[in-house]
Design a protein around this ligand. Structure first.
Ligand code: E4P
Length: 218
């Protein structure tokens, strides 16, 4: 399973990349706006920090012609760039065009299996199924993830189901159990995945016992 960090903050990307478990980065217009830096500058810096990672950069237009222009612009910035496209009618058409040209895509704002099916048929590389925003409405966002994983596997689509809008580590565990291919999450959630009180208690005890015995390595 691939782990992506969902951020436009290059310092967060730098820290997550140092852990050696990062497969990519997702950004969106909100995250880029929050970074306070330029779009291209931020995306290029992230590409440098995560060599070989898949770095999603989203188009802004909502009409096909302008979306295509923007998609060709962002995909030309760096070979690692994956064009992020919203699941709207011109977006699905754009994904078909880009997949025929060998340009990778991440279809975003996907909430249902029917939407995921359209994205898969258009040749999406990643299908971003949002979970937290559905849970916020008292529904179970993970149901569509599990069903979409089954859909791509049953029909042999190459698209990977990417669990997005992750709010806590339990979402990551549920994504694993659903067989999702990727989970993207805020940096703070990735940090939380390290945490367990018994790890801290256990480490303190190991180090105390070692110190008391006066041992050393080498
Ligand atoms: C996905 O790529 C999105 O950027 C992201 O996961 C949205 O998460 P949110 O619902 O916390 O804004």
């Amino acid at each position: 399973m691939k782990l992506f960090v969902d951020t436009g903050d290059v310092e967060e990307v730098r820290k997550a990349a140092e852990w050696g478990v990062l497969d990519g980065v997702t950004t969106n217009p909100t995250l880029i706006a929050k970074s306070g830096k330029g779009f291209k500058e931020t995306v290029l810096k992230i590409c440098e920090l995560v060599p070989n990672g898949a770095i999603s950069a989203e188009v802004i237009a909502t009409d096909y012609e302008t979306m295509l222009k923007e998609a060709l612009e962002v995909s030309g910035w760096h070979p690692q760039v994956v064009v992020k496209v919203p699941l709207i009618e011109p977006g699905v058409r754009l994904v078909r065009t880009l997949s025929e040209r060998g340009i990778r895509t991440n279809v975003t704002l996907v909430f249902s299996v029917s939407q995921a099916l359209l994205a898969a048929k258009a040749g999406a590389t990643y299908i971003s199924n949002f979970v937290g925003r559905v849970d916020d409405l008292s529904d179970d966002g993970m149901v569509a993830v599990a069903d979409s994983v089954a859909m791509v596997e049953n029909y042999g689509f190459e698209s990977e189901i990417l669990v997005a809008s992750v709010r806590h580590p339990l979402h990551v565990v549920q994504a694993v159990n659903a067989g999702a291919h990727v989970a993207t999450m805020p940096f703070k959630i990735m940090e939380m995945m390290f945490k367990h009180p018994l790890t801290d208690i256990g480490l303190t005890r190991f180090l105390d016992d070692w110190k008391k015995a006066g041992l050393s390595i080498g």
